[in-house]
Design a protein around this ligand. Structure first.
Ligand code: NAP
Length: 280
């Protein structure tokens, strides 16, 4: 019998990463669930125990190349293969040009863009060996810029552009590249932005617009229209399991309709059809 396929997932302390780790293990993947702080793995362990599955929980901070290399090398040393990576780790940021320092924006890029590159670079030689899959959770904000999300959307646009460019090249070596685009998901994402509603809005030219944006966002997350992390994880599983996954996979009809206001090529197949021919 051949060894089970092995997937490494980043950012599994909560939300979509946690739900994907559970879904992957339940689907028979050997699942390496990574966290930047393994002391935060209690929820993950409990979720795994509740459904009677085993996870291999390891440390990985996407912004730390040493930590990324140690995790990927460890997987290869222990299992001899890596069949898929899910770049899920990410963090939101609320701000606008005049209120964000360049250092703030760099930090957003470190986690959401360079973090994805760190993990993907370390993994790709091993994914080539298995004709594996490189899946990255981006956002509808990787297609449509949203108010007070300039830095976050810029990072997600950057990831989408990077992966859209890489996809035809990686495919020549048998590696499939996909991005998964959620809309609102009821995870720890909003809490982890760390924005204090009481003190965060200061009196400046942007405060009225920011208040309106926050009111709308809070309502969107409170009125039940946000997806569950488990629903969003189903789209990640499609990218891992489909025979020929699309380049772009939205996690909901809402996300598909929203990006459809801007993209005629919602699943990316038209663009991939053109660019793949350039390297085929
Ligand atoms: P979440 O519950 O906040 O989960 C984010 C995960 O990323 C956490 O496990 C967090 O770990 C981890 N993380 C942050 N920085 C990291 C780092 N430097 N190294 C490793 N892990 C790190 O939010 P989520 O909604 O599940 O987010 C998952 C992905 O979906 C993100 O890429 C996010 O941008 C994207 N997304 C979310 C939404 C939404 O509405 N929730 C919408 C569109 C896209 P800690 O616990 O240590 O902070």
């Amino acid at each position: 019998m051949s060894a089970p396929r092995c997937v490494l997932i980043t950012g599994t302390s909560s939300g979509i990463g946690l739900a994907t780790a559970i879904a992957a293990a339940r689907s028979g993947w050997r699942t390496v669930a990574t966290l930047r702080d393994t002391a935060r793995a209690d929820g993950l362990r409990k979720a795994a125990a509740d459904v009677g599955i085993e996870l291999d929980i390891r440390q990985l901070d996407v912004t730390d190349e040493t930590s990324v290399a140690a995790a990927v090398d460890g997987v290869i040393a222990d299992y001899g293969r890596l069949d898929a990576v899910v770049n899920n780790a990410g963090a939101g940021h609320l701000g606008t040009l005049e209120n964000d320092s360049v250092a703030d924006v760099r930090q957003v890029m470190e986690v959401n863009f360079f973090g994805v590159l760190n993990v993907s670079r370390a993994a790709l030689p091993h994914l080539r060996a298995t004709c594996g899959r490189l899946v990255t959770v981006t956002s509808v904000g990787g297609v449509i810029g949203q108010p007070f999300n300039e830095a976050y959307c810029a990072a997600k646009f950057a990831v989408e552009g990077y992966m859209e460019s890489l996809a035809p090249v990686a495919l020549t070596l048998g590696v499939s590249v996909s991005v998964v685009e959620p809309g609102a998901v009821a995870s720890e994402f909003v809490n982890n932005v760390g924005f204090d509603l009481e003190t965060g809005i200061t009196a400046d030219p942007y405060s009225d617009a920011l208040r309106r944006y926050i009111d709308r966002t809070v309502e969107q997350f409170m009125d039940g229209s946000a997806q569950s992390p488990a629903e969003a994880a189903e789209a990640v599983m499609e990218a891992l399991s489909a025979d020929r996954p699309a380049f772009r996979i939205q996690t909901s009809d809402w996300a598909r309709a929203f990006i459809g206001t801007k993209l005629a090529d919602a699943d990316g197949s038209a663009v991939q059809g053109v660019t793949a021919a350039w390297v085929d």
